[in-house]
Ligand binder design. Sequence first.
Ligand code: FMN
Ligand code: SF4
Length: 492
Amino acid sequence: MTKNVSMSKYVKLATLRGVDDFLAAVQQLNLHIPCDQQVLSGNTSPLAQPITVDGLTIGNRFAVQPMEGWDGTPDGKPSELTFRRWRRFGSSGAKLVWGGEAVAVQHDGRANPNQLVLNEDTRDDLARLRDALVEEHRKATGSTDGLVVGLQLTHSGRYSRPKDKPEPRILYRHPILDRRLGLPDDYPVLTDGEIRQIIDSFIRAANLAWQIGFQFVDIKHCHGYLGHEFLSAYTREGDYGGSFENRTRFLREVVQGIRAEADGLRIGVRLSAFDMIPFRPDPETSRPGKPGRGVPEPYEGLLPYRWGFGVNPYHPTEPDLTEPAAFLALLRDMGIRLVNLTAGSPYYNPHIQRPALYPPSDGYQPPEDPLVGVARQMGAVRTLKEQLPELAFVGTAYTYLQEFIPHVAQAAVREGWTDFVGLGRMMLAYPELPRDVLDGRPLQTARLCRTFSDCTTAPRNGLPSGCYPLDEFYKRSPMAEQLRRVKQSPPR
Ligand SMILES: Cc1cc2nc3c(=O)[nH]c(=O)nc-3n(C[C@H](O)[C@H](O)[C@H](O)COP(=O)(O)O)c2cc1C
Ligand code: SF4
């Protein structure tokens, strides 16, 4: 965690005395976040209500978000650390496991040399991983009824780093991100032919996922990776860029292929429902080892902004949900029912993607109270759910709510803002939270994720992810000492 006095003006949820204080803070920030005074437990809780989606009955309204660990083997198989994380996901009591973590459909599409890959060589290992999660769920809750487990399939596109150096696979030239990645003017974009090979890999991997027992696959369209980049390929020529029809062709061809090969496998999509122009630490206030507050990259000369999906082209620091709504309508028309909405990208606007009080080592100080980021994501899910009532939505960015997760989650489901409450970082820090809420036990406040961002700082510095501050396993591991040294060493 990197401290800076500028954070002191933001509400520290851990210091609030109760729900009334929280509601006052929300009001003072002029935000709209639903929140119940009393948290219910057992069958009376809105969070305990089963829901049937696409023929699958899902036993409650908690979802485990995909959380990768940068801890697979060089050939893309899970390690003991991966098994441990998935077992903990299973023990959470959440009945929807959205993807486990990002799994690459081919080696050159890995986001790091330790990302999992699904192919003929790894399929048995991934089958064991799923089985371990299911078994742990059974042990923790007494039954696997209503448990639905999917696998997130990805190609990392612009953020591919299959070996120790970045090997970006881009769909179009981006005026800001290309510069940040140091791409020369003649850097190649993926050809339509290469895209068709990647589509084949998605279909092959989905078929394997089906054979080894996953109930759905997520065709990942978020966070700046390849699927997401298609949606903003306004400036690309050829079959996969330009018009809305062309920018969604990748999705349609993947879905068509999966339906032909793995009939019965459900399909879901995790979508960055809106994006924003990339942010950077304010050069005026940054000091060595102390990144300044986040500010948008200068965009004079780039208007209308044509390099982001769900971005207002004339005000690229504002969302525009027109095309995301059209994309969700397309999913509905293709018979897809499971969607998981997230936002932005961890690489270029992390405060949009996962609101946090403390930035990771390569980040910037939060430019807004992180509660604003939570409200922005919750509001987008609410708006899109109103327009697309046939879809079942998983909402994101709840971890920052800490003590107030149960109150807000219950109200959000009860008032129809979302169907599922997705939890990401909290599943690393305190995976039993859903079970504690549903069973009516008080929260174990010492285990609540306080958004210290070590789970991101560690992998940014070549270490596996994990909750180093709060999970005793990581806290006491030799990796924690390495992380401490990295954080103390002068920035590169
Ligand atoms: C360490 C770490 C790993 C993540 N791995 C994935 C991933 O594999 N796939 C994905 O779609 N999102 C991933 N995310 C994003 C989370 O799923 C989630 O969207 C984000 O953390 C915000 O939710 P939260 O506030 O509950 O943490 C990751 C986030 C973190 C911090
Ligand atoms: S999960 Fe742990 S390491 Fe990650 S942000 Fe939360 S407290 Fe920090």
